[in-house]
Design a protein around this ligand. Structure first.
Ligand code: F6P
Length: 363
């Protein structure tokens, strides 16, 4: 029986449990054995109890749970070759030659590196007598399949990452709550949202909540942003609007980028417009809580497709990442997706925003 491992890695995202459930059940339905690797790469490096066979019933109830029930960790040991050697040994000892990883671009890059080194790792394990040639012989190739789990929606080659719509829903719900109190006191609120270097959550939250002004990393604020913002806000206030919402993406106050901080925005609104202004940093509430219907659906369809990709892989197939493009679940070469994501991030860092947009549009 083929043995397929599944893990979640990097920051948790709503829908990751749905992905684990789908991989486990699809693997079993296709006649394989499924293994849950706990605490991300940490579990793969440590082995033992951290790698457990999972049965159909073990993932019952996973679909609607937030976070990741099999844990995640930012694992330093896997960054070192010594850690990857241990991980390779654990996989061979457990008879696993396929790994489905649900995580962000960093986690997926690590996985492909592991695959590229695989035969070298096995050779070293034989040379150092950690494993025998007989043990490694059936495991010539490592199959890696990526699922993109992240609230940030920052991965190129897919329209939506698992978790981004749940997070967006949570942000909108939180802003609705803030709206009520803002309206009551005629206050302004500056709301900081997550997203790392990507402004998708901030932009879409702004559109969905009718924010007055939005700061995102991908668009430099004009030199005159203070006046521009005040003009817009004042116009709305003059039309009778009792509340003001300004959204600042965390990536917009990157010290090397636009340096727009919520404090700065608050000062401008209070001093120039005389508005009673508060700051709300939504924080990890954006990442927790149960997945919305879209993320349950996406993680289930993509988890099932990941197992198909494992079973159809040949030694020459590049590691795929499962994406959704124009509402279709598709496979894309993992390395291309990661490389494109990096190019976009680099263009933003270099303040070449036109190039960043071009790269995103070309996807
Ligand atoms: O990548 C998901 C994310 O929530 C980002 O939006 C945020 O920048 C980061 O992780 C926070 O990381 P941590 O939970 O380690 O503080």
């Amino acid at each position: 029986k083929r043995r397929v491992g599944v893990m979640t890695s990097g920051g948790d995202a709503p829908g990751m449990n749905g992905a684990v459930r789908a991989v486990v059940r699809m693997a079993i339905a296709k006649g394989c054995e499924a293994y849950g690797i706990y605490e991300g790469y940490e579990g793969l490096v440590q082995g033992g109890d951290m790698i457990k066979e999972m049965q159909w019933d073990d993932v019952r109830g996973f679909l609607s749970e937030g976070g990741t029930l099999i844990g995640t960790a930012r694992c330093m040991a896997f960054m070192e070759r010594a850690g990857r050697l241990k991980a390779a040994k654990n996989m061979v000892v457990r008879g696993m030659d396929a790994l489905v990883i649900c995580g962000g671009d960093g986690s997926l890059t690590g996985a492909d590196k592991f695959r590229a080194e695989w035969s070298g790792l096995l050779e070293e394990l034989v040379q150092t007598k950690e494993l025998t040639p007989e043990q490694t012989a059936p495991f010539k190739h490592l199959n890696i399949v990526g699922l993109v789990g992240s609230i940030d929606n920052d991965m190129s080659s897919t329209d939506a990452t698992i978790g981004c719509y749940s997070s967006l829903a949570r942000i909108c719900q939180s802003i609705d709550y803030i709206d009520a109190t803002a309206f009551s006191h005629q206050r302004a609120f500056v709301i900081e949202v997550m997203g790392r270097h990507c402004g998708w959550l901030a932009l879409m939250a702004g559109v969905s909540c009718g924010a007055d002004f939005i700061f995102i990393p991908e668009k430099p604020p004009s030199e005159d942003w203070q006046n521009e913002m005040c003009k817009k806000v004042a116009k709305q206030r003059n039309m009778g609007k009792r509340k003001t919402i300004v959204i600042v993406a965390e990536g917009a106050h990157d010290q090397e980028l636009h340096k727009i901080t919520p404090d700065q925005v608050k000062d401008v609104l209070s001093k120039k417009l005389g508005l009673d202004t508060r700051i709300t940093t939504l924080g990890h509430v954006q990442r927790g809580g149960n997945p919305c219907a879209y993320d349950r659906m996406l993680s289930t369809l993509q988890g099932a497709e990941a197992v198909n990709a494992v079973l159809e892989a040949t030694p020459d197939t590049p590691s795929p990442v499962i994406c959704i493009i124009e509402n279709k679940i598709v496979r894309k070469p993992l390395l291309d997706a990661v490389a494109l994501t990096k190019s976009v991030a680099e263009a933003i860092k270099a303040k070449d925003f036109a190039k960043a947009m071009q790269l995103r549009d070309a996807e």
